[in-house]
Design a protein around this ligand. Structure first.
Ligand SMILES: Cc1cc2nc3c(=O)[nH]c(=O)nc-3n(C[C@H](O)[C@H](O)[C@H](O)COP(=O)(O)OP(=O)(O)OC[C@H]3O[C@@H](n4cnc5c(N)ncnc54)[C@H](O)[C@@H]3O)c2cc1C
Length: 374
């Protein structure tokens, strides 16, 4: 087993860290989406990292993409922005790339890779969260189109997206079947609710998506008719990996901040790092960081070898989110009252981190998934 990174991967990582530090850490864009920052990201060329060059992508491996997104999580302090980017890439653009017909790819991919159109995924509804298959949004055939009706809830990128991957019920009996549709914001009958205020991830706006008699052409079915559950499982496999990879980078950033602070901060005549109660907290963060990264390498290898990684990504999502939340919680304790203030940014890291045990499937539900494999 070879854990060494290639020269190109190391260079790529450094380029991303420098770009993130120099271009993405503007404090004005932390709490709301910034079109200017999005333009910088689009121009940088990161969005099509695993997409074929034919559609303007870079055709990099999943491992390289993981290294790049870990680096982005490390260099970019705007966790909401990273969440926004990930929603665009992995659960919208990537689904069209992997499951879309050539017509759909030609229609949407190039614009999405270039950042001209923003994507998002719409599964959740007010009454169907963890029980995603309990959805009631419906699609009914009418001539050459499907008519969609329903309301989706908690849709990341909702207020700013141009393209939604919408899951809707297409057969109720004898067994419920769902289908994935590519829906454009400009289709008649599509509207979005107001930005839902959240406790964190401010740069990634969230809203309802309302579908009122929306006419969607048959060619906008993603994958096959009635095969939406297959695509949904694929989508959550990608999001449980790539939306959590940057948290490894964020943990590294938090660890380094804690290390520096613990060295500088003196109480009772010595640096607080000399108290094991402090240093062991940081050591525990480092142990979890290392384990999370090992899981990341394994999953990237599985995906580069076209293997299923559903169990692995479920474990990864639980482990990374809980390690990340614990790291932020301990960071706040290490920083004492300064950590609790807005000035040091630790409280924002904490607020951002807390979402990670809920979205992409709650950790409770994911533990059910892992147990099923046992
Ligand atoms: C920041 C953020 C971004 C999101 N972005 C999107 C998006 O872009 N698109 C989208 O479609 N959705 C999105 N969601 C919604 C997300 O997928 C749901 O929040 C998630 O699936 C859980 O659903 P729920 O919040 O309704 O909780 P519920 O399903 O109501 O669960 C409530 C509690 O009950 C527990 N629970 C439920 N069922 C079980 C069970 N079987 N066993 C054990 N415990 C259980 C849960 O773990 C949780 O603790 C987002 C959510 C957040 C927080």
């Amino acid at each position: 087993m070879d854990f060494s990174l290639s020269k190109e991967q190391k260079e790529y990582r450094q380029v991303i860290i420098d770009f993130a530090r120099n271009q993405l850490n503007d404090s004005d864009s932390l709490e709301s989406f910034s079109p200017q920052v999005w333009e910088k990201i689009s121009e940088f060329g990161l969005l099509g990292i695993t997409v074929d060059e034919k559609y303007g992508g870079l055709n990099e491996s999943y491992l390289t993409a993981a290294i790049v997104f870990e680096a982005l999580g490390y260099g970019c302090e705007n966790n909401g922005l990273i969440f926004m980017i990930n929603n665009h890439i992995w659960v919208a653009q990537n689904l069209i790339y992997l499951y879309g017909s050539e017509t759909l790819k030609e229609k949407y991919l190039e614009d999405m890779v270039a950042g001209k159109r923003i994507g998002s995924i719409a599964i959740t509804e007010a009454e169907s969260g963890s029980d995603a298959f309990g959805m009631t949004t419906q699609a009914v055939l009418d001539g050459e189109d499907y008519i969609l009706n329903g309301t989706k809830m908690f849709i990341s990128n909702g207020p700013i997206a141009d393209i939604f991957i919408v899951f809707a019920v297409t057969e109720k009996e004898p067994k419920k079947k769902i289908t994935a549709f590519v829906v454009e914001k400009q289709f008649l009958g599509v509207s979005t609710g107001a930005d839902i205020e959240k406790m964190g991830l401010g740069a990634c706006p969230t809203s309802e998506i309302i579908l009122d008699q929306v006419r969607v052409p048959k060619e906008n079915i993603l994958g096959n008719f009635n095969s939406g559950s297959y695509i949904l499982m694929g989508a959550i496999e990608w999001e449980r990996f790539y939306e959590f990879v940057p948290h490894i980078g964020a943990m590294k950033r938090v660890i380094e901040r804690c290390g520096r602070y613990a060295k500088e901060r003196k109480q009772f005549g010595k640096s607080i790092e000399e108290y094991q109660a402090i240093s062991h907290k940081i050591a525990d963060m480092e142990i979890k960081l290392e384990l999370a990264r090992l899981m990341m390498y394994k999953i990237a290898w599985l995906k580069d070898n076209q293997r299923n990684a559903f169990k692995e990504v479920s474990m990864f999502k639980i482990f990374v989110s809980e390690s990340y939340i614990k790291a932020c919680r301990d960071a706040m304790q290490i920083f004492g009252a300064y950590g609790y203030t807005k000035e040091y940014g630790i409280e924002r890291e904490m607020r951002d981190a807390l979402a990670s045990s809920i979205h992409s499937g709650t950790n409770e539900v994911l533990r059910n998934t892992v147990y099923k494999y046992i």
